[in-house]
Design a binder for this molecule. Structure first.
Ligand code: ADP
Length: 640
């Protein structure tokens, strides 16, 4: 019978990744074993979860284990599991691509990495490279696997050099065997075919894995009396012992969350965190707690120190695993964490949970809802009590996601608002809480000023802030798209209204009615000229130095919001903006004189368009006719 065999090229990014891994993890080679064991353990978890609803799926292969075998002569190492295995298509999907973290995110991250000269394991770790780490120590890797319920097995093979082959194969039992053909040992390298070395690596990195990690070990045992050769006096004359091979379990399998808090070292936390999160950086913070009473559960949660590259991908996995009395129920249990805490990783073990619970029922389960409410409360306390410097780190990485809560969790809006941080016109690039902002307000200031936009330096220099700055009033600089939703949901804080510096009347100075009267007809004329884009022309309350800016009425959509909607391909209703002009600016005087002399002057029309262009440019926008703009400015400069 013809066997299906295919040769594939790795996707380009995988090729690059392989090189990165091999080069950057050079001094950290042994972690490949932890990665393979983690995958094996995940594969058993998945099967066990399915077995809860699909009877008979396990057959008589019911003793889960992960087996390590080494062969010093052939210089090979194998890691075998009787987990869920993979079908032909799954091997193609999982092993030839990085399916997990959207190819796009990955490529972007890659481009970023190429810019940085130093590639550290921490950086690489964020990709969750798992299986590919085999190529740090092996120059050939085969993966033989048979998925649960399939008759056909699959063999994948690669030298890690850009190509891999995949073919149908034979395998008696369910699960996966990965064979590493080890590279020649270099000086200082560990011997990965040595029993002691392997034992040490397992106990250091994978002790808590919930399934036995076994290895055949050779032991001497006394020869039974009946098999001993003895002389006539009954003294043994031959061997009294013999060598036997027994399968030994190398890990304690102790679930670290069920241990006493004080008995778990930081190192153990780190290893466990890496196991469940596939992130190689140590966590920023942990939360280990046991709750007894009506809602009983143990939780061990971690806040990562680095945001994953797929943080904003709605399909990215949430990191909380659900257990019942140490039996794995499911990974990625979204019901336990609100969306805005999606970056939290960890384990929840609830002894009263129904073991056959499905994802569908989970949402309505009262116990699960209570646990979630509790965890959220504890996480808020943790964040609130974090030391300032650590909290800033947290904010840099996860603030943009955490802020979603203001918009989605009405019950906790206030608590979330307390944890918000923004850079401001006065904070010198540092983060500031709303509380700190309020404490710095002069007595006559009534509102909290903010401005939204995608570019921090454009915001800092925005003409919209000129008046506010000249009055020494502080403005929150909001540069995350989500801030547009934050400001919709959070209209006040501690009794103070949030006020957009871009919209409505800032009420800072009274407009000089005489000057306003003088400019009235000119403004009408300008408005008529720019009617397609501008809904009104007004004397500005915001400008001191610049001549023009764009603003909106209190209930208008902000310029940034319109940009966000357009960028996401949504139909943004065309809101016409208000053109504000600075009546105190000398240019206005000139234009006014031109208007008085001849309102049909072609130059006047040019200058009116120029005013609009200046306002657009000031907020980081693009002018409609750049070449015309540059021509007119050029002429003006020549005249000056
Ligand atoms: P990660 O484990 O971080 O997802 P890997 O590259 O290590 O990334 O593995 C990719 C995918 O291949 C896994 O998500 C899993 O679906 C599959 N896989 C890897 N090892 C095994 C295994 N031993 N048994 C079954 N599936 C596996």
């Amino acid at each position: 019978m013809a066997v299906k065999t295919e040769t594939h090229e790795f996707k380009t990014e995988i090729k690059q990744l392989l090189n990165l891994i091999i080069n950057s993890l050079y001094s950290n080679k042994e972690i490949f074993l932890r990665e393979l064991i983690s995958n094996a353990s995940d594969a058993i978890d998945k099967l066990r979860f399915r077995a809860q609803t699909e009877e008979g799926i396990l057959g008589n292969d019911t003793e889960f284990k992960i087996k390590i075998q080494h062969d010093a002569i052939k210089n090979t190492l194998t890691v075998e599991d009787n987990g869920i295995g993979m079908t032909y298509d799954e091997v193609l999907e999982n092993i030839g691509t990085i399916a997990k973290s959207g190819t796009n995110d990955f490529l972007q991250a890659m481009a970023q990495l190429n810019k940085d000269a130093t590639l550290t394991p921490e950086l690489i770790g964020q990709f969750g490279v798992g299986f590919y780490s085999s190529f740090i120590v092996a120059d050939k890797v085969t993966l033989l696997t048979k998925a649960s319920g399939e008759a056909q097995a699959v063999c994948w093979e690669s030298h890690g050099d850009g190509e891999y082959t995949i073919k149908e194969a034979e395998k008696d039992t369910r699960g996966t065997v990965i064979t590493l053909y080890l590279k020649k040992k270099e000086e200082g390298d560990k011997d990965f075919t040595d029993e002691r070395t392997l034992r040490n690596i397992v106990s250091q990195h994978s002790d808590f894995v919930a399934y036995p990690i076994v290895m055949d070990v050779e032991k001497e045992e006394p020869l039974p009396e009946t098999e001993q050769i003895k002389d006539k006096d009954g003294k043994p004359i031959g061997e009294t012992t013999r060598k036997v091979i027994t399968e030994e379990t190398l890990n304690s399998m102790q679930a670290i969350w069920s241990k006493n808090k004080k008995d778990v070292s930081d190192k153990a936390h780190e290893e466990f965190y890496q196991h469940i999160s596939h992130d190689w950086n140590p966590p920023l913070e942990k939360l280990h707690m046991k709750l007894e009473g009506t809602t009983e559960y143990t939780a061990l949660l971690y806040i990562p120190s680095k945001a994953p590259f797929d943080l904003f991908n709605p399909e990215s996995k949430h990191g909380v695993h659900l257990y019942c009395k140490r039996v794995f129920i499911m990974d990625d249990c979204k019901e336990l964490m609100p969306e805005y805490f999606r970056f939290v990783k960890g384990v929840v073990d609830a002894p009263d949970l129904n073991l056959n619970i499905s994802r569908e029922i989970l949402q309505q389960d009262r116990l699960v809802r209570n646990i979630r409410r509790n965890l959220v409360k504890k996480l808020f306390e943790l964040l609130k009590n974090m030391e300032a410097e650590k909290y800033e780190k947290f904010w840099e990485e996860f603030g943009a996601v955490f802020k979603i809560g203001v918009h989605t969790d009405f019950e906790n809006k206030k608590k979330i608002a307390e944890l918000l941080r923004y850079k401001t016109t006065k904070s010198d690039g540092k983060w500031k809480s709303l509380q700190a902002y309020i404490e710095g307000m002069p007595p006559e200031q009534k509102e909290i000023y903010y401005i939204t936009g995608d570019n921090m330096s454009a915001l800092l220099n925005s003409p919209l802030l000129e008046q506010l700055k000249s009055k020494d009033l502080e403005v929150l600089l909001m540069t995350d798209p989500i801030d547009e939703w934050v400001t919709q949901a959070l209209t006040e804080y501690d009794g103070k209204q949030l006020k957009s510096a871009e919209k409505g009347d800032l009420d800072l100075d009274k407009i000089d009615e005489d000057t306003k009267g003088k400019y009235e007809t000119l403004f009408k004329h300008i408005r008529a000229h720019l009617e397609d884009t501008i809904k009104e022309v007004r004397p500005s309350t915001r400008l001191t130095d610049s001549v023009a800016c764009l603003s909106g009425d209190s209930y208008d959509m902000s310029g940034y919001m319109e940009k966000i909607l357009k960028a996401s391909g949504q139909e943004a209703p065309q809101t016409k903006r208000v053109l504000e002009l600075n009546m105190a600016h000398p240019v206005m005087e000139k234009i006014h004189a031109m208007f008085e002399a001849d309102k049909d002057d072609a130059k006047l029309s040019e200058y009116i368009h120029l005013l609009l262009d200046l306002a657009v440019i000031a907020e980081g926008g693009k002018v409609d006719a750049p070449s015309k703009f540059s021509k007119v400015v050029g002429e003006l400069m020549a005249k000056a």
